[in-house]
Design a protein around this ligand. Sequence first.
Ligand SMILES: *[C@@H]1O[C@H](CO)[C@@H](O)[C@H](O)[C@H]1NC(C)=O
Ligand SMILES: *[C@@H]1O[C@H](CO)[C@@H](O)[C@H](O)[C@H]1NC(C)=O
Ligand SMILES: *[C@@H]1O[C@H](CO)[C@@H](O)[C@H](O)[C@H]1NC(C)=O
Ligand SMILES: *[C@@H]1O[C@H](CO)[C@@H](O)[C@H](O)[C@H]1NC(C)=O
Ligand SMILES: [Zn+2]
Ligand SMILES: [Zn+2]
Ligand SMILES: [Zn+2]
Length: 563
Amino acid sequence: MMVAHFVLSVLIVAAIVSGSEFSDTRDAKVEKILKKLNKPALKSIKSPDGDIIDCVHMNNHPIYDHPFFKNYTIQMKPSSYPKVRPNPSERKVSWSPYVQTPKEFSLAQMWVMAGPFSEVNSVEAGWQVYQDRYGDDNPRYFIFWTADGYHSGCYNLDCPGFVPVSQNFALGAAVSNVSTLNGQQYHIPTTIWKDPHTGNWWLKFNDHEFVGYWPSILFNHLKDGATEIQWGGEIINFKDGSLHTTTRMGSGHFAEEGYQKASYFKNLEIIDEHDIHNKPKEGYSYMTQESCYNIRSGYAKIWGVYFYYGGPGRNQNLRHPSHNHPLRGHKAQVEDEIICSGCDLDLIGAYFKCTKSECDYFLHKSCFDLPREIRHKSHPDHPLILLYSPQNNHFPYTCDACGEYGSGFTYNCSICQYDVHVGCVSMPETMKHDEHVHPLALIYKAPCPTDHIFTCDVCNETMPHNLWLYYCQKCDYGAHLHSCVAEEEEKPEKGGRGRGRGRGGEGGSSGNGVNRGRSSANSELAAMLKAQREMEQMQIALHLEMQRAKIDKKSRKHMLKMI
Ligand SMILES: *[C@@H]1O[C@H](CO)[C@@H](O)[C@H](O)[C@H]1NC(C)=O
Ligand SMILES: *[C@@H]1O[C@H](CO)[C@@H](O)[C@H](O)[C@H]1NC(C)=O
Ligand SMILES: *[C@@H]1O[C@H](CO)[C@@H](O)[C@H](O)[C@H]1NC(C)=O
Ligand SMILES: *[C@@H]1O[C@H](CO)[C@@H](O)[C@H](O)[C@H]1NC(C)=O
Ligand SMILES: [Zn+2]
Ligand SMILES: [Zn+2]
Ligand SMILES: [Zn+2]
């Protein structure tokens, strides 16, 4: 059996939009238009992209098919509308994403909602690619609405309800300008607002196209204003071949790829009953399949509240046995200051990150590729096995090569209880040090009998006999591994930012302190995320219901344009 799953990445904002009363009088300037049943379309026209559009006279407006609207007077113009400003209320950027099968869709839209879920009222508008419905894979303008928790309601003009008034625009029309990767980005400014006089919910596309409205009388909850606004992308996943679909969301690129790569919404605003444009507050983003599609929101002066969203669907996420979630490749920026969860060293160059935004798991590419078992000169009798977390999870182990603490991966000999940082294992056998004229060789114990004291020639500290060091035999010159050779310029600070390692010689508190700092911040974060996830669970139930109801309502219809 084929099962559809709905996957979405949305930004959700609670809002009270227009709580004011409105008068029930219809637009008096417009002549009363009487219904004339079954009058055919005056003419059909073919749009440049091959669509057949029926032109219907206002007298035969499809709204008259709805029992509520027998003697209805159509409001030809909104009594007022939000000012078009340099920053219109919302712009979604249009793309033409690949959709794996005709029965799947990929869309970007906004939702204006009110009421409890079982009887939620929702008006929705955006663009979608949906071949089963439109016959091709062009992105098309669409609307959707429901007044009863998605028991009824429909796309475009599939059922009477939405009142189209534009004489230039047909719902279902293809979006003519589509953004390209690294090229021009095209926007669809979209405004949905409540007419203060009639209470009707008007829709405007592209700053000037008054598409039409949802009459207030359709709704029991939205008639008092909206309580929640959502913006985002959504796809259907039919899991053909039992794999996640390769249907793309947005541009098909992940949010973090940014401008000219990822799809975005910008200038998100909420208009209140006084026509004041407000920044959405207390929004949160919500993703159901973060390894396939994600979202990153932000605020900038010109873009206002914005977010990037989308992704490629099934993709080359990688699994690593050290972590439960899929990982994705990135390239580190110099200023990132992140440490590798494998070797505890700073991230540089190519690395992998957990695809879950709440999960701070990072691996160098080189740590990702470490062999499970090695032989090392330092420990010739036994193989060393790569362990992903120290056996005693809550305490760092001590590296037998450098004497410092470690909390990530270790190469371990279980017979000898010998542990070496993965970073120490890969130290070169010889190296050139600024403070010494000759090259230094890596040796695995102090070059003197155990009853002698060996001091590091860089820091002058006494070195335990069993630790590795870089040594010049000719000059009897030797130095500690990390602090005194490789990481000389970056001595770890006690209780610092969790970067670098505590020195073994400074006693237990240093390494432990660093570690505890990280884990208590982690537990706070975990509690916060748990609360958020609970909220999201409720949201998931809502969306799945919504979408299940929507997919049933997709029969292909001619487009209508009013004349
Ligand atoms: C519509 O108007 C006619 C004539 O004014 C009236 O008889 C009829 O009851 C009205 N129908 C509705 C549904 O209001
Ligand atoms: C499409 O883009 C062109 C060039 O940027 C512009 O002139 C035209 O008005 C746009 N069309 C629509 C429908 O936005
Ligand atoms: C290395 O292996 C030994 C024996 O299995 C174990 O006691 C020790 O905890 C391991 N080291 C780490 C860091 O897990
Ligand atoms: C180490 O000791 C030597 C000789 O006593 C001295 O010249 C040098 O400055 C000392 N170095 C440090 C880092 O203390
Ligand atoms: Zn690493
Ligand atoms: Zn993770
Ligand atoms: Zn080490």
